[in-house]
Unconditional design. Sequence first.
Length: 126
Amino acid sequence: MKKFNVTVNGNSYEVEIEEVKGAAVPAASVPKAAPAAPVVSAPKAAPAAPAAVPAGGTTIAAPMPGKITKVIAAVGQAVNAGDVVLILEAMKMQNEITAPAAGTVKAVNVEVGKSVKAGEAMVVLG
C-alpha cells in the first residue's frame, strides 16, 4: 500500500492505493478525434440594463443561480414585508422569493423562463 495526500477543492485527504504486481494491464488504445470545425455564433443582443434603484429603494437580488418559473408581483403593486414576489427554481426546488420590506414594485427585471445568476437584481421596490 502506498499513501498519498490529495487536495480537492481545498480539502486535504489521505488516500491509500494498493499496488498490483504481476500481469500488466494493457493500455487502451484511444482513437484520435478529427479536429472540430470552428463554431461561429451570431452576435448576441446586449441585455437590457436593469432599472436604477431609486434613493431609499430596495433591490431583491437572486440568492442563488436558477430559473424564474413565476412572477407574482407587477410594477406598481404594493407589497408588504414577507409577500412572495416571484418563484425561483434552483436545483429542482421551487424557492419563494419574498419582499424584504414593504413598498411599491418599481421594476421587475426578470421574466418567466429567464435564468439568473446569484446576486442579479430581479425586483426593485421603492
